[in-house]
Design a protein around this ligand. Sequence first.
Ligand code: IPT
Length: 963
Amino acid sequence: MVRIALPHDDVSPGTGCLPPRAWYATSDARALCLNGNWRFRLSPTADAEDDAFAADGYDADTDGRGAWGEIAVPGHWVLQGHGTPHYTNQLYPFPVDPPRVPTDNPTGDHLRVFDLPGDWPAAGTTVLRFDGVESCARVWLNGTGLGDFKGSRLPHEFDVGPLLRPGRNVLAVRVHQWSAGSYLEDQDQWWLPGVFRDVTLLHRPEGSAGDHFVHAAYDHRAGTGTLRVDADARGRVTVPELGVDMATGESATVPVEPWTAETPRLYDGVLATAGERVPLRIGFRTVAVEDGLIKVNGRPLLFRGVNRHEFHPETGRALDADTMRADVLLMKRHNINAVRTSHYPPHPAFLDLCDELGLWVVDECDLETHGFQAVGWRGNPVDDDRWTPALLDRAARMVERDKNHPSVVVWSLGNECGTGRGLTAMAEWIRARDDSRLLHYEGDRSCADTDLYSRMYADHAEVELIGRGEDEGPEARRRLPFVLCEYAHAMGNGPGGLTEYQRLFESYERLQGGFVWEWIDHGIAHPAYEYAYGGDFGEEPHDGNFVCDGLVLPDRTPSPGLLEYKKVIEPVRIDGDGHAGVVRITNLHDFATLGHLSFTWSYEADGVRVADGPLAVPALGPGEHAEAQLPPAPPHAPEAETGWTVRAVLAADTAWAERGHVVAWAQLPHEAGAVRPAARGASPVREDRRTTLGPAVFDDRGALLTLGDLRIADLRLDVWRAPTDNDNGMPWRPEPSLATRWRQLGLHRMQHRLDAVEPSEDALTVRTRVAPAASDLGLRAVYRWQSDGARLLLALEVEPEGEWTVPLPRLGIRFGLPGADGPVRWFGGGPGEAYPDTRAASMTGLWEADVDALQTPYVRPQENGARPDVRWARIGGLRIDSGHRPWLTARRWTTEELDAARHRADLVPGRTVWVNLDIGQHGIGTGSCGPGPLPPYQLHARPTRLDVTFSTAVTRGNGAARH
Ligand code: IPT
């Protein structure tokens, strides 16, 4: 028997590649970009013999019986009509038998014909660079094999000088979807094979710089930077702005402004060797752990971070420059100061942007072996010496490529690999090569190889214990600074509980912040579904919509979670006393003064701005605070609810946002306003099986039918919400999720029993009992309807019966407004959605939005769109007032339809607007991976009252802000 051995089937990192070196976008050496349309052929298997396509003189047009099409490079073939994407979280989508992979191994043959420009220099040599190919490639130029490589999100270069011909050249690349490298790349994401990053031909002149290493430290005591540039070739280093002109290998110490993520000061320099001038962008900074704290330039910092996968709904992990910049700009505009490059080094241009615009980067190696957990970690490559060369190759390719970025302050070995000797070998290699950065790896609780104690999804109580230094575990670990490399799982509606995490981070110096999981929903643009998730391509096994757990929706629209995060991590705290007119400002930056901000106040009466002006605040240093005095309250209507809104805005344009961009804000209530007591006294009149009460008509069974001209449908008690991803919990946990317990109890199909309809002198009382089948739990709901002749008053009292051990999803009323039209206007929290533990970013005001704009289009439909603290609202001719300030939700479909929908496209607007007014909502939490809602945000059944006044709306000409 012949054993078929293929290069993709062995543990080695590959053959024929040049040693890794520093990446830079351009020098004065020639480069030829080979991106573009390539010829492409897909085969279902990896047949080692059939490499005829790579032979010199092969003609794709005459061979292959039309098998050859075209493909855009960079790109993934599964997103260009060849095969389909496959999503798994932790599981390998193939049998675990390392290093072997399936015979069914989709293989993409790529051909690129290019003309070498006539003036391509003859001296020196030329390298061919691949910035990213998933998962394994064999490469030929003009029929000669160059070698093969694995390590999908890492660069690989070949020396092609001797093989290049004047004029026409043919590059052939065979890419296998699966390789031994796939065992090292089990990140929670789509499997997306292809040549997905740039391919470039780079001339290397004689005397070119080769690899080079910029060492740029900052001494915060002296205010000086020390620069040394090591390079393979001898040369000179010049930094005109600093008067530096020295040889490579020499060092200079000069006064400088340091680089930080808040103040990303870069100095332009040049490394000039005999053959090349390489531009340098130098940022001086020193990273260290001192006194158990991560310090940069002598000061501790707080990571307000996100985990970023590279993703675009159409092009997958092939990102263009605009998309990368969009990510950084969005992060900066939302107060994010740090990125963990989960779980592989990003396109190198992304790190240039982080240097330039200012983000702390945890650069993570392309390594995850999570799927071995499912087999008890047997055969885990990170604990098997045969794989160590591959691991070291990955570590070196990351560190060598990215070592000159000031933004990179931490190297991370990888994610979710369990433990093993291979990781230690990586750590030792990295420390020996670059001791100027910290080392991170979350998966080894002993922290043997790391400078940080890092965890994911620890709940608030445990994080607090760690903050206090009272955590169990090795003594040495208690001396390490702590970060949450992942927390606050941003899947669907949420994450809840951010405020409480941030309070802990700010209270305990050991807690140096965290990285929300994750930046973007990986929903793939799809003609029928709008966005597809796991399983939508018929793939098995899969992990459903667990791939959609980002702070931005697939098209990069900020989700409410991002707006909440922005508010929670504001680098300026504004609080104070609106009655006394005192504002307290605290600078929460780690490095920057408030010199770049200006402050404003405005004064609102019933949500409408009546006056505004500037607020003088000194340019406080980091950590400092001061008080400022507000002016006397401006005149306003006597009964109005009033308050101040204070904002910190950019004083001038920056590289990432314009002047006036709001960085931080707070509202300080002033006067509560007078709630006019509603008059009563109208008597119910029974006639023709109908009861009239003021403007309202009820049927025999006490159901409200009309209010004036308005039809009202099916007004009743409601406890159900379409479970959120967080309600659905962690699919791999054996215990039932909250949503499962809700369904088991039957909260999605409550039965409504009518017990009595009781007209009296001044009221119509309707008594009901609302309860699930097969249970003795129930809710007695008593509706007491009254009227002053013009308006309809409802006093609803709810009394639970039995031992409720499950919290309620929501508690309130819902009703339909058939044919309702026009915008919704409300005075309350807005403009976006909010829930009990996700409402920091909700601003009290007068808001207006169309019903459609009130919906948050989560990729998998679920409860969304509530607006809190609604004093009054107007919807399609109905006016609602309530001193209880309920939650308001309005949609063109029912909760049941929302619950049944799997994709956005399943939601079809009907003619009725369904309105929920809730006295309570269960919190959101982050139970899809992490803790559920904290106790104060849990909605437990208890005696409850909701008072609402309904009337037909009179149009009021006031200036609501449109959402
Ligand atoms: C954690 C992973 O590190 C991350 O890649 C992602 O899968 C995240 O969870 C959930 O979306 S691992 C988790 C099972 C603790």
